[in-house]
Design a protein around this ligand. Sequence first.
Ligand SMILES: N[C@@H](CCC(=O)N[C@@H](CS)C(=O)NCC(=O)O)C(=O)O
Length: 78
Amino acid sequence: MKLYNLESCFYCKMVRDRLKDLGLAHEKIEVSSWQGDRKEVYEVSGQYLVPVLVDDDVVLDDEDKILAYLEKTYGGLS
Ligand SMILES: N[C@@H](CCC(=O)N[C@@H](CS)C(=O)NCC(=O)O)C(=O)O
C-alpha cells in the first residue's frame, strides 16, 4: 500500500504509527508542504490533504477513515 505523507503532519504520524504496529509494508510518498503543489494527491484522491492511503483499489483521504479501515481489514491479524 501507499501512504501520501508529510513527515511533520500529526495526522500522518497517527497513520504511520498504526501501519508500523500492524507490521504492514507500505511505500511512503512525501508530499509538498504546500497543498497547491500536491498534484499526485489530487489525482489519486480528488483532494489535496494528507494523509491519503491507497490499498489496491481502496483510496482513503482522512486519518479517521484510514485508521478505521486498517482496524477492520488488518487489525485482527496481529
Ligand atoms: N484529515 C484531516 C485533515 C488533514 C490535514 O489537515 N492535513 C494537513 C497536514 S497535517 C494538510 O494536508 N494540510 C494542507 C496544507 O498544509 O496545505 C481532517 O479532516 O481533519
